[in-house]
Write a protein that binds this ligand. Structure first.
Ligand SMILES: [Zn+2]
Length: 303
């Protein structure tokens, strides 16, 4: 790599900060609207190893906001992990990129998170956020979660938030950023879902209803998260636990909420990986063989 590549950020980060970025192994769960903004920024900052986890394929309706998609990527048939990996390698072919083209709730997904130094959650489901939180706190990983919200209104409401969950230092759960009902619904078994729907009917989320999603709002929120990671990784500053972005008011503000002193997740789990059965969240057919299916540096055609 050309030594001058990072000349414009070295005065801020210092040689040691840049070295820490190069040494970092960062897992990004979700390569969609916000993940596709985070991954290229990690590559440009100089992170040495990136794992990208997503089971989804590119859809026509993603094209308004997916930074890694090209006009001629075929639909169907384009995995989001592959175009994110392509983007990284277009910037810097010395970066190691591992892709996991399955759900986080798979053995390969868990292994990629467990071997990372930092974890980004760029997901839509509260249930996946909870699993990530438990996995990261049990294994002592800083977990940076991104959420965006757009409601068409009236009045329209749009913005996002970034939450840095740190072992021992506050998290999504004790800062009140996890919706308990949604989390339970996301993680219920097929039979629990049938029972609930028999009583309450089928809800909008199950029917696949999606809210609006806008590239600039995703971009601001994901860039705030990338900057909190930068602080944490290089030691530039202490990261902010919870940041809120209000698009309508053009305002970014740190939350004054105080974490709960005896939080089960960030205080109780404290690196107790052996004592925590996070694997209970894995589907039954994933519980037995530990076979990793992570593919490394799969060759991608460059134009
Ligand atoms: Zn907590």
């Amino acid at each position: 790599m050309n030594d001058a590549r990072f000349d414009r950020q070295l005065p801020l980060l210092g040689a040691e900060g840049q070295r820490r970025l190069r040494a970092a192994n960062v897992a990004v769960v979700g390569a969609g609207g916000t993940g596709s903004v985070v991954v290229p920024q990690l590559a440009l900052l100089g992170v040495g190893r990136i794992a990208i986890i997503d089971h989804d394929e590119l859809d026509e309706s993603n094209r308004n906001r997916h930074f890694c998609a090209r006009y001629n990527d075929p639909i169907p048939g384009t995995r989001k992990v592959d175009i994110a990996q392509r983007m990284v390698l277009n910037y810097d072919r010395t970066i190691r990129v591992d892709v996991v083209s399955s759900s986080l709730l798979s053995r390969a997904g868990f292994e990629a998170v467990k071997s990372a130094d930092f974890v980004f959650g760029c997901v839509d489901l509260e249930g996946v956020r909870l699993v990530l939180l438990e996995l990261c706190m049990a294994h002592n990983k800083p977990y940076i979660d991104i959420a965006t919200g757009v409601e068409a209104g009236p009045p329209p409401i749009y913005g996002g938030r970034v939450c840095c969950s740190l072992p021992g230092g506050g998290c999504l759960a004790c800062l009140g950023e996890l919706d308990a009902a949604e989390t339970a619904r996301d993680l219920e078994s097929a039979s629990q879902r049938r029972d609930r729907e028999a009583i309450y009917g089928i809800d909008k989320a199950t029917l696949g209803a999606h809210g609006p999603s806008v590239v600039s709002i995703n971009g601001v929120t994901a860039s705030l998260a990338a900057t909190e990671f930068l602080k944490l990784c290089t030691g530039l500053a202490k990261p902010t636990r919870l940041l809120r972005y209000d698009g309508g008011m053009s305002r970014v503000s740190p939350s004054r909420d105080v974490p709960v002193a005896d939080c089960y997740y960030c205080k109780g789990l404290g690196g107790s990986a052996e004592g925590v059965e996070v694997e209970r969240f894995l589907p039954r057919d994933e519980l037995q063989p530990p076979g990793m299916t992570v593919s490394k540096q799969k060759r991608i055609t460059h134009e």
